[in-house]
Design a protein around this ligand. Structure first.
Ligand code: CP
Length: 310
């Protein structure tokens, strides 16, 4: 297996080759072993400083990147836009160039604008990791999801994965589609017609609007949150109706003639897209996904840091 990524930044799954994804997952295996040791730290990035720039709220991704960086012995600085000089009108490029002037080596960024990470990578001299850019991509989420499926089922190749819910506004859905297909999985999306983008079948995914049929088809169901904060119009009559038609509950899972793996990228809206008895059941790998996120992000940071100077 090659030991170097084909890219200088992680902007999305779209720009990656199969060998990049395989290298990241294999490297994450090694780091997962490290994280299970009494001493969870390695000196790999001891001389590096990494800035985590969050222009949008986050719990899992922000803490997961920070922990990954600290486990790799990097120095870490954290930036949240709401308490920064962005509120005084400073541009993204000026903000990042000022942070880089303080001898920061790598930037992890979450931003509400699709393409923000790619834009930044063209204008500053630093490796950029996209931690979610609006409705576009969330590459490390897709990588940790693939890692978690592989851990649970032995491989991703040949598995049937349905992504359920608000596909239209979901960066997790798009990155998952690219990543799962690269690894040889079959992908289906399921949700209300209004929340499935028209272009989706051009990506080679199946579309199903009947939740029971989708669950009966799949090995894995990845359940998404309804992103009300990104919805400027009403896409369905009420959350109650959405839950009736697309909510995952135990009775529905019990009525299938097989067991499926339940995933969710978080944050969960309990009782809307998933009930607590499903989210907390033995079929759910939701907290495994969170655990695996640290190892996968360690792998991404380690491999990008190992690339030759830009
Ligand atoms: N899955 C995910 O991106 O969660 P956060 O928004 O909390 O980072």
């Amino acid at each position: 297996m090659k030991s170097s990524l084909s890219v200088n930044h992680l902007l999305g799954i779209k720009g990656l080759q199969l060998r990049d994804v395989e290298l990241i997952l294999a490297t994450a295996d090694t780091f997962k072993d490290v994280l299970n040791r009494p001493i969870k730290k390695v000196p790999s990035l001891r001389d590096l400083t990494i800035a985590n720039l969050f222009f949008e709220n986050s719990t899992r991704t922000r803490l997961s990147f920070e922990l990954a960086e600290k486990r790799l012995s990097a120095d870490v600085v954290n930036f949240t836009s709401s308490s920064s000089s962005v509120t005084k009108g400073e541009t993204l490029i000026d903000t990042v160039n000022n942070i880089l002037a303080m001898k920061v080596d790598m930037v992890v960024m979450r931003h509400p604008s699709p393409g923000a990470a790619a834009f930044l990578s063209q204008h500053v001299r630093s490796r950029i990791v996209n931690a979610g850019d609006g409705t576009h991509e969330h590459p490390t989420q897709a990588l940790l999801d693939a890692f978690s499926i592989r851990e649970k089922l032995g491989s991703v190749k040949g598995k049937k994965v349905v992504i359920i819910g608000d596909i239209l506004h979901s960066r997790v859905a798009l990155s998952n589609i690219f990543c799962l297909q690269l690894l040889g999985a079959e992908v289906m999306v399921c949700g209300p017609t209004t929340l499935i983008p028209k272009y989706i079948s051009e990506l080679g995914v199946r579309v199903e609007h009947n939740l029971r049929k989708a669950l009966q088809w799949c090995d894995v169901a990845n359940v998404l949150r309804i992103q009300l904060e990104r919805q400027d119009i009403k896409y369905f009559p009420s959350l109650r109706e959405y839950t009736m038609l697309f909510g995952i509950n135990k009775a529905l899972l019990d009525s299938l003639d097989k067991q499926i793996v339940i995933m969710h990228p978080g944050p969960i809206n309990r009782g809307v897209e998933i009930t607590s008895d499903v989210a907390d059941s033995e079929h759910s790998i939701i907290l495994d996904q969170v655990e695996n996120g640290v190892a996968v992000r360690m792998a991404v940071l380690y491999l990008l840091a190992g690339k030759n100077e830009k």
